[in-house]
Design a protein around this ligand. Structure first.
Ligand SMILES: Cc1cc2nc3c(=O)[nH]c(=O)nc-3n(C[C@H](O)[C@H](O)[C@H](O)COP(=O)(O)O)c2cc1C
Length: 201
């Protein structure tokens, strides 16, 4: 296979974007994003995915109201002009992995087209299913917010290679789960959470 453009640059340039321009995403672009998902690998090639494309303002608002972690709402869910709700058929035991990989394809294709995205994992699944008519037997694996960015977030902290790379056998890299959570996890997003709470008042 010929070497294509270095995708690593694109992977490094991607950020979770939480503010969007009001500009619509065209149908052609949306179909391109789903086309990217279509070519994703899947266990036994079962392709247990469905993608609900939500552009209607009333639906986006309803879905946005249900996208929260305890009382902290991900406001960008209502703000984004496009939501892609990634659903997995639970009959496949690989549906979560397959849909996550397909979601990554969508996110990277969107990045290459100059769009911003954010994977949303905190939501009330039952309510989202009700709002969008998603049937029994489907799991909402994630929601991807998509839109033209209205912000350029700085790079978030990422672990160094030597903290995560194990040559041949697993060794202690000195990075426990606890230290990861403290350094790059929820505490690093505390300022954003405080800002959200402040804006809620
Ligand atoms: C499984 C998963 C769940 C996530 N859930 C949310 C969410 O509910 N709300 C949100 O604003 N961001 C969410 N994110 C985005 C992460 O906060 C973000 O990826 C992380 O802070 C690293 O930043 P980066 O994506 O710019 O590299 C989620 C990401 C993943 C992979």
């Amino acid at each position: 296979m010929e070497r294509m453009e270095d995708i690593l640059d694109l992977l490094k340039a991607r950020r979770s974007v939480r503010h969007y321009q009001r500009k619509e995403v065209s149908r052609e672009v949306i179909e391109r994003l789903i086309e990217a998902a279509r070519w994703s690998p899947s266990g036994a090639n079962i392709q247990p995915w469905h993608f609900v494309v939500v552009t209607r303002e009333d639906l986006r608002r309803e879905v946005g109201d249900e996208a929260k972690f305890f009382f902290v709402k991900s406001r960008h869910v209502s703000e984004a002009p496009l939501l892609i709700v990634v659903c997995g058929d639970t009959k496949s035991s690989f549906h979560v992995v397959d849909c996550s990989l397909a979601g990554a394809n969508i996110i990277m294709e969107a990045t290459s087209l100059g769009l911003g995205t954010c994977w949303i994992g905190a939501f009330h699944e039952d309510r989202i299913k009700e709002i969008l008519g998603i049937p029994e037997g489907m799991k909402v694996v994630g929601i991807i917010t998509v839109g033209y960015p209205a912000e350029t977030p700085p790079p978030p902290p990422k672990l160094e290679l030597l903290e995560i790379l194990h040559w041949e056998v697993f060794r202690d890299t000195g990075r426990s789960f606890r230290s990861r959570v403290l350094r790059s996890g929820p505490l690093s997003v505390l300022p954003r959470i405080l800002k959200m709470i402040f804006r809620m008042r």
